[in-house]
Design a protein around this ligand. Sequence first.
Ligand code: UDP
Length: 382
Amino acid sequence: MFDYIIVGAGFAGSVIAERIANVLNRKVLIIEKRNHIGGNCYDYKDENNIIIHKYGPHLFHTDYKEVWNYLSNFTEWEYYHHRVLAFVDGKKIPIPFNLNSIYEIFPKKLAERLEDKLLSKYTYNSKVSVLEFLKEEDQDLKFLANFIYDKIFKNYTAKQWGLKPEDIDPQVTARVPIYINRDNRYFTDKYQGVPKEGYTKIFERILNNKNIKIMLNTNFNELINIDLENKKIFFYGQEFKGKLIFTGMIDELFDFKYGYLPYRSLDLKFEVIEKEYFQEAPVVNYPNNYDFTRITEFKHIHPVKSDKTTILKEYPKAYEPNKDIPYYPVFTEENQELYNRYKEEAESFKNLILIGRLAEYRYYDMDNVIKRALEIFEEKVR
Ligand code: UDP
C-alpha cells in the first residue's frame, strides 16, 4: 500500500515526504509519536494571540538560495533579523560579541585600544571563534579573549552542556564567533526571516497532499519491527520492501543494543507577564546568572498587540532516556564512536535511510536539515 514509510514529521521527514508525493507521485506514510506535526519547530498561538515556539526559539536563516526558495513555496516571510543580548556585569551587551560590545562594556580608552589591536591583527568583518582567539599572545588581546571566554562562554556552556568549552566539539562554540565588525545581528546569512503565519502552517502546507498519510500519536515500534539477524524491516508483521526513512533516535531503532546515546535536554518554563513588553530584545542570554541560559520573548519575533507578553526560560539538564526530550546530541569523541556503531548497523540494511538531528546525531540547523533532505531525496530516495 505504501512505497515509503517515514518515521518523524519534523523538517527531515516532511520535506522528503513532500518530494516523494509531488515529484514521484508515490504514496508515503509518516509515523509520528507526538500529537502534532512539525517536530521541534512546532508553534501555536497562545491565549494572548502570541505565536509560541513550543520547543524553544527557532529562527530561520540560510545562505542556501535553494533552501530559501523551497520553503518560500510554503510561506510568505516577515522581515526579521535576529538579535541577542547577553547580561554581563550588570549590562546587556550585543551577542555575538563584536566591536559594539567592547564599547558597551569597557571604559572608552580601553575600548579604543582593544579595537585598534583587533583591527591591526584581523581584517574588518572577519570572524574568530573564542577557542581560536584564546591563543592570542598580545597582552591586550589575551585579556579580551579571557574576558569573553569567562563572561560569555564558560558558564553558559557549563549550564548548556555540563562541559567546559574546550571539552566539547569546537564547532559548537564556533556557532557564535566573535565578530570583528559592528554587526549586532545574531546571524549574517543572506536569507533571514520569520514565516508569516508560523512554522506549523509551513508543515501543514508541505504535508497537504493526497499521497501523504500521517499517523500521529504512534510510536514507530508499534508498527515496525527490525530483524537484526536477517537485516529486514517488518511493517504490521509483514516484510516491508519499500524504503524506510527514519528521523528518530537511532539508538531506539536498534533497541539501544550498544547503550544509550547521550543528549542534553531542557526544561522549558513559559510565563505570561502582565506588561506589554518584558525585555528589550527577542533573546537575552544569562551566561553567569540564574540556572536558565536564556529568556526568549516571543512578541519580538511575531509582533502582536496585547497588554500581556509571553516569555520562555530554558533550563538545560541531562537527558533521561524514555522520559525527556532529546534536544541536542552531545559532541564528544566517545559519543561519536557510539553513534558510529549504530550507523554501521544501519548501513547493513539496504532499504533504511537515516536523516536528521536524532538519526544522524548531528547539530543540524533548520536550513541544513532541509538541504540534506533535498539531497537525500535525489541521491537515495528517488
Ligand atoms: N554560547 C555561549 N554563550 C552565549 C551563546 C552561546 O557559551 O552567550 C555557546 C554555548 O556553548 C552554546 C553554543 O555557543 O551551546 C551555541 O549557541 P547557539 O546560540 O547557536 O545555541 P542554540 O540556539 O542552538 O541552542
